[in-house]
Structures are given as structure tokens and as C-alpha cells.
Design a binder for this molecule. Sequence first.
Ligand SMILES: Nc1ncnc2c1ncn2[C@@H]1O[C@H](COP(=O)(O)OP(=O)(O)OP(=O)(O)O)[C@@H](O)[C@H]1O
Ligand SMILES: [Mg+2]
Length: 227
Amino acid sequence: MAKPIYIVGGSKGGVGKSVTSIGLIDTLKENSEDILLIESDTSNPDVWKMYKDEVKTELINLDDANGWIDLVNICDKHPDYVVVVNTAARNNKGVTAYGETLNKTVAEMKRKLVTLWIINRQRDSLELLKEYMEALPESIIHVIRNGYFGDEQKFELYNGSKTKKTVEDAGGKSLTFPDLADRVSDDLYSKRLSIDAAMKELPIGNRAELTRWRNEVRKVLGAAINA
Ligand SMILES: Nc1ncnc2c1ncn2[C@@H]1O[C@H](COP(=O)(O)OP(=O)(O)OP(=O)(O)O)[C@@H](O)[C@H]1O
Ligand SMILES: [Mg+2]
């Protein structure tokens, strides 16, 4: 079996896709995996800027057919690399139009396709998830409640939804991603720091908060990686 492909999605802008991709890359690095980051947010490639010196990367626009062909070809060429795809806002348009290109080829590539679907507390996160599931039925989906928007119990719409049942009946998990103190996430974003780089550069208090968060992230995402 080749290494898995992780798509970090959610389609909504600002929902926490990039910060989850960062946490996922960090967790995979800790597990000594070789990582191939596909940055598909070509207009604001924040994760790419943070990780381009630490992992193998490609910038691919997934809004058109060519991007999806490139994605599949690159995945096929690197079976020993865990692939992490950081998606852009409104990515569902491309997934609906061209996701079939990946959906139809994962089995032949002998790769597991896993989606981490990031949600906030609003209903459209769930509507978009339904759309995504129809477009990429081969993917295992774990839903990530982003703790930045509140505690787990505040995600009432998802917690009481049929979608949650559908996700979990298919073997997916419902997870809660930890909130990182604003001043430290601002450090990462404004200075374009990877977590490892921030662990060298930031003051001791900021590093302590980053360590706390990173350990939480590893626990939460470890559950998805090892599912
Ligand atoms: N778990 C979190 N802990 C701390 N800050 C967070 C968290 N989630 C989101 N944020 C904040 O919200 C902002 C948006 O998050 P992020 O960039 O990950 O969203 P996105 O879904 O990738 O957005 P876009 O659609 O613009 O790519 C971040 O700059 C960060 O400040
Ligand atoms: Mg982003």
C-alpha cells in the first residue's frame, strides 16, 4: 500500500484549513514520515511559505482540470510520501467539477484517501460537506470542529446532525482541534514560521503555549492518522 493522501478541506474561507494543515504536517513529521505538501491556495500560499524549506512541496491550482491531472500524476510518482493537500476557500467548485479525476484513480494508485473537513459552528459548513461527500465518495472523512470557534458542545448543529451519523457510520471520526493563543498564531502567520522554526525563534512563554497546542494537536490528529 502506498502512503495516504490527506485533503484538508472545508471550502469555507477562514475556517481553519491552513492551521490544520500546519498541525497535520507537524504531526506527520513527528512520526518521521516523508511529506509532500500540495499547496492549492495559489493566491495565498501560507502553508507553502511556512514549510517550503522543510518538506517537499508543489503549488497546484485545483480550480481547473489540469490541476487535478497534475495532482494525480504527482501522487502516483511519490508513493512513499504522505501527501497533504492544503485547499483554498471555495474549493468545492473544483472538487465538484473535477474531483472524479482523483476519486477514480486512488484505488489504482493503491492509496488511501482521507479528508479532514474543518467546520465552524455555522450550517453552511455542513451543507458544503454533503456536496463534497458526493463528489469524492472514495474518501474517508473525519470532521474537525475548530476549537477556535468555541468548545465542542457549542457545535450544536453538527453534534445533533444526520451528517455526523453519516460520517461516523462510514468510519470517520468527529474531532475537536485545539485553539492556539492568538498572539502565537499571529507569530506563525506574520513571520511565516513553521512550528519547528517558531520553536527556535519565539520567546519562552510563546514557545510554551506552542508546545501545549502542538501536543494537543498530535493527540487529536493522531486519532485520525491511525484510524
Ligand atoms: N485553532 C486555531 N487556533 C488559533 N487560531 C486559529 C485557529 N483556527 C483559526 N485561527 C485563526 O483564524 C485565521 C484563519 O485560519 P486559517 O488561515 O487556518 O483559515 P483557512 O480556512 O485556511 O482560511 P483561507 O480560506 O483564507 O485559506 C488564522 O489566521 C488564525 O488567526
Ligand atoms: Mg488557508
